[in-house]
Design a protein around this ligand. Structure first.
Ligand SMILES: *[C@@H]1O[C@H](CO)[C@@H](O)[C@H](O)[C@H]1NC(C)=O
Ligand SMILES: *[C@@H]1O[C@H](CO)[C@@H](O)[C@H](O)[C@H]1NC(C)=O
Ligand SMILES: *[C@@H]1O[C@H](CO)[C@@H](O)[C@H](O)[C@H]1NC(C)=O
Ligand SMILES: *[C@@H]1O[C@H](CO)[C@@H](O)[C@H](O)[C@H]1NC(C)=O
Ligand SMILES: CC(=O)N[C@H]1CO[C@H](CO)[C@@H](O)[C@@H]1O
Ligand SMILES: CC(=O)N[C@H]1CO[C@H](CO)[C@@H](O)[C@@H]1O
Length: 847
């Protein structure tokens, strides 16, 4: 919901060290923390093991060696440690030869000892078989390492090739699969999911099936699973079709298989090819974006035709036929791989299986030495840092900069993945100092959480085709016990810049970003909306629809607002940004920025289009927050030494009025942004859809973030003690008895001051509200004389106006009341202290 959208706004500004090469390139990254745009499985990272024998060769190389499931060294300590490090790692067992594999279990099974080269066989090989003792060994490894197993079953047994081309027809003979599953279940081997067939969908690769036949086969598989695993808690999932996406085929498959048969809709990605340009493709953002369309289409088809299932990337090596030599196992491949993880997660994919864990040129582990390649560490960091909640992340900077954000895993805050694919410019990115944006939050950070955790991945010797990756400058190497080394972050003060080197990949964890806290606000918000709706007797729709309506409207309007009329020159832009960065460095920027934002919204944007109604609500609440923040000198001066400013209280009293009457420049800012975006869209060839989600007001949420951080005066407020002031006044000499009286008087005076101040604020809110409502009412009266159609439109608008106004006022009011309670509480606490200590507060509120 747009209204609840909350964002953190970071100004990433690049500074120039060398004045001659000063290409100031400021990037703002917006993260909407209030609503998740997608959700992954807890174990999103997955890697595959394949059946390829060492005779699998392409382009004069045979890169599988002994990495296939039938000949892999299961006693490798590195292999076990590499799997264990994920705890758990999803492993998908499957691949091209799985539909020629029989399981040596049950009766009447012919033995096929090995896959052998045979030109007329599928994929150039004969059938092969899996002996149960090998299966036992594999499971011993999986159990020891706590792996989560997906097993791909042979889907071609019982079928025959039709006369025509690659189509296979006939029923699936599930007997061998059933015997195998029965054996597996009886041994107690844990299987997370069974998948049926490999790349048999759509036009297939070596063989293909019709969608309705495959759907019938998978229904049969589901029946077997239900029968063999009656306990629903441990019942393996059923996945399919494990092949390349085709809209019609996938639709039919989901329709015919029906509800709750398929749990995961798996598709395969090999969008890179294997040509000599592979290394360019993995660094080309335009190329990388092309595949987004597929992810989006699948997401939509699953949503529409199989909402009970989730989309999975079941196998993806990027470059087919075992990956690209000197590319797929080196650092540069991470540009493609980690970008894929980020991208598919935003398209609601649950799992992403990398081909391969080991084997081919694209192994996360080296085929022969088992030593982890750079992508292994990229994946492990993702698994440890990125939680399952995906947040919309946006910037208008270079397309070579890719950013993705999730809520952090198992910890508060967010983790952002930043990929800089550019190899040329040296850069220095800064995040706006958060202190002014999260004043109360910062006050809770006694545990040092105003620090960021950064993980910088760079290639050894700056060679992007290196197999060795550095974490924060140190090569990642196995420990002496052949174990995965610890992956320790660099702790960085939040106010300092994030430096992102060219050709680097960075994970940043920001603990202060308390996304879950927004629920508190959500409640308030809902109530205020409902309240207004009822009060004005315009409630026509149930609440969710109303909200949905508001959201859509805001979206439409905001995007409609993108006039290419006012594009600011690069220099203007950069000077503006430089300025805001400088301000930020002085702990002032964000506040000013928000103020402008707020006033602009209140006066212009709001009235003219209400697109940013979310912004307005947020801003109103923020204004109240800033009131508080700036009215407390001690808080404002964090890290700046004591400085008395008694007058601030007085001068900020009218903050709300100031904010409302101040004329804003922010609408320009908005449209400027819109135009930047639309220009970008034209030349960047980013699929419409990839950006569409992001056209709502990013700015809005920023402010909300501030607002919704939990206010816990009891926890966060400093103890009401009275440290020495910078301006020592007359020492207290009164006796305790008198103090009681003084304290009472002081308390009364203080409470009455607070009350007056808030009365004034509330008065301002009310008069603003009345004014706006009056205006809206005038508008409706004027329009009433128009045609019936116009009339109903106007009515609708009127309702929206009233709701929006109510929201803004309600949000502001709630905030003000909250602040008032806090301050009264404080005053009382202080009065108690005074009673105890006999010390009266003096020139400033230094507590
Ligand atoms: C074989 O292909 C032709 C044309 O491609 C088609 O008309 C015919 O129905 C196919 N036969 C079978 C058995 O699929
Ligand atoms: C494995 O390591 C060897 C030796 O460093 C290297 O030549 C080879 O390319 C690596 N292969 C993979 C797939 O990692
Ligand atoms: C940077 O990348 C471009 C194109 O991707 C390439 O032409 C150029 O040689 C690269 N420069 C360096 C220093 O690697
Ligand atoms: C406080 O501010 C008011 C106006 O804002 C000014 O008239 C007054 O002199 C100031 N008082 C002090 C003590 O600075
Ligand atoms: C993260 C980031 O700022 N990326 C930079 C990468 O390099 C390009 C060009 O050198 C810059 O434009 C990006 O800003
Ligand atoms: C949200 C916030 O910052 N509230 C603060 C307002 O000011 C009082 C007085 O210092 C604090 O106790 C609150 O925490």
């Amino acid at each position: 919901m747009a209204g609840l959208r909350l964002a953190v706004f970071c100004v990433l500004a690049s500074l120039c060290f060398s004045s001659s090469l000063c290409a100031a390139d400021a990037v703002e990254v917006f993260v909407k923390g209030v609503t998740s745009i997608a959700r992954t499985d807890d174990n999103f990272i997955c890697a595959t093991l394949d059946w390829w024998p060492s005779e699998k060769c392409d382009y004069n190389q045979c890169p599988w060696e002994k990495a296939g499931l039938l000949n892999l060294d299961l006693n490798s300590k590195i292999l076990a440690n590499a799997i264990k490090a994920f705890d758990p790692l999803r492993i998908r067992l499957g691949g091209s030869l799985q539909d020629q594999l029989v399981y040596q279990v049950g009766d009447s099974i012919k033995k096929f000892p090995h896959f052998k080269r045979r030109d007329d066989g599928l994929f150039g090989f004969t059938r092969g078989s899996l002996p149960m003792d090998r299966w036992d060994q594999l499971n011993a490894l999986f159990k020891q390492t706590n792996a989560k197993i997906t097993f791909g079953l042979n889907a071609l047994l019982g079928k025959r090739k039709s006369d025509n081309s690659t189509l296979w027809v006939g029923e699936w003979n599930s007997k061998n699969a059933r015997d195998f599953m029965k054996y597996t279940a009886s041994k107690g081997y844990m299987i997370d999911s069974y998948e049926l067939g490999n790349e048999l969908c759509a036009s297939g690769v070596s063989a293909r099936l019709e969608a309705d036949q495959y759907a019938k086969d998978i229904i049969q598989l589901k029946e077997i699973v239900k029968e063999l695993y009656p306990d629903r808690d441990t019942q393996p999932k059923v996945l399919g079709p494990a092949g390349f996406y085709d809209t019609e085929w996938f639709k039919t498959f989901l329709e015919v298989s029906g509800p709750h048969v398929v749990d995961g809709v798996t598709h395969h990605i090999y969008n890179l090819g294997v040509d000599k340009t592979l290394i360019n493709k993995v660094q080309d953002p335009y190329f990388l974006d092309e595949i987004a369309e597929t992810f989006k289409d699948l997401q939509n088809v699953v949503k529409e035709f199989g909402p009970w299932a989730g989309p999975w990337v079941g196998e993806s090596g990027g470059a087919y036929n075992s990956g690209g030599k000197d590319v797929s196992h080196t650092f540069v491949n991470g540009f493609w791989y980690l970008d894929q993880l980020g991208m598919t997660a935003t398209f609601n994919h649950k799992v992403y299986c990398r081909q391969s864990l080991i084997g081919g040129n694209y192994g996360l582990l080296n085929t022969t030495s088992f030593i982890p390649n750079p992508d292994y560490y990229g994946a492990l960091l993702w698994h440890r840092l990125m939680g399952n909640t995906v947040l919309s992340t946006n910037h208008f900077g270079s397309p070579y900069l890719r950013t993705y954000t999730h809520c952090s895993k198992k910890k508060p805050g967010i983790t952002m993945l930043i990929i800089n694919m550019s190899n040329s410019t040296s850069i220095d990115i800064s995040v706006t100092n958060d202190e002014n944006k999260y004043p109360h939050n910062y006050r809770m950070t006694v545990d040092g959480s105003n620090q960021r955790e950064e993980y910088h991945l760079t290639p050894k010797d700056g060679n992007i085709q290196s197999d060795v990756v550095l974490l924060n400058g140190t090569p990642l190497q196995l420990t002496s016990s052949r174990d995965i080394p610890p992956l320790n972050p660099k702790i960085v003060d939040s106010s300092s810049p994030i430096r992102v080197a060219p050709d680097s990949i960075v994970y940043v964890t920001i603990r202060d970003f308390k996304a879950p806290a927004f629920f508190t606000f959500k409640q308030t918000y809902k109530r205020s909306v409902l309240h207004n709706v009822q009060e004005l007797e315009i409630s026509e729709q149930p609440f969710p629809q109303t909200m949905e309506h508001l959201l859509n409207q805001a979206r439409v309007r905001f995007s409609g607002q993108e006039k290419p009329g006012e594009p600011r020159s690069a220099r203007e832009r950069s000077s503006l940004k430089t300025a805001s960065f400088k301000d930020a460095a002085q702990n002032k920027g964000p506040q000013k920025w928000f103020r402008r934002q707020f006033s602009g919204q209140m006066n212009q944007d709001y009235d003219s289009n209400r697109a940013g109604q979310a912004t307005a609500v947020a801003a109103a609440a923020y204004a109240i927050t800033s009131l508080n923040a700036s009215s407390i000198p001690e808080q404002k001066k964090i890290g700046k030494g004591p400085e008395t400013s008694l007058n601030q209280t007085a001068s900020k009293r009218d903050g709300f009025t100031d904010l409302i009457s101040e004329s804003g420049r922010i609408s320009k800012r908005f449209s400027g942004k819109g135009s930047i975006r639309s220009l970008k869209r034209q030349d960047s060839k980013v699929p419409e859809t990839a950006t569409k989600e992001k056209t709502t007001s990013e700015v809005a949420a920023t402010d909300l973030m501030v607002d919704v951080l939990p206010i816990k005066p009891k926890v966060t407020a400093p103890k009401p003690e009275l440290p020495p002031t910078s301006k020592p006044a007359t020492p207290p000499t009164r006796r305790a008895k008198e103090d009681g009286t003084d304290a009472d008087a002081w308390e009364r005076a203080e409470l009455s001051k607070i009350q007056k101040r808030y009365e004034k604020i509330k008065g301002t809110i009310l008069s603003w509200e009345n004014k706006k409502k009056e205006k809206a009412t005038k508008r409706i009266r004027k329009t009433e004389s128009d045609l019936e159609k116009i009339r109903s439109n106007a009515l609708k608008q009127f309702h929206d106006d009233i709701i929006n106004i109510g929201q803004i006022a309600g949000g502001a009011r709630a905030k003000a009341e909250e602040r008032q309670r806090n301050e009264e509480f404080k005053a009382k606490e202080k009065a108690n202290t005074i009673r105890k200590t006999g010390k009266l507060p003096r020139t400033c509120f230094c507590f």
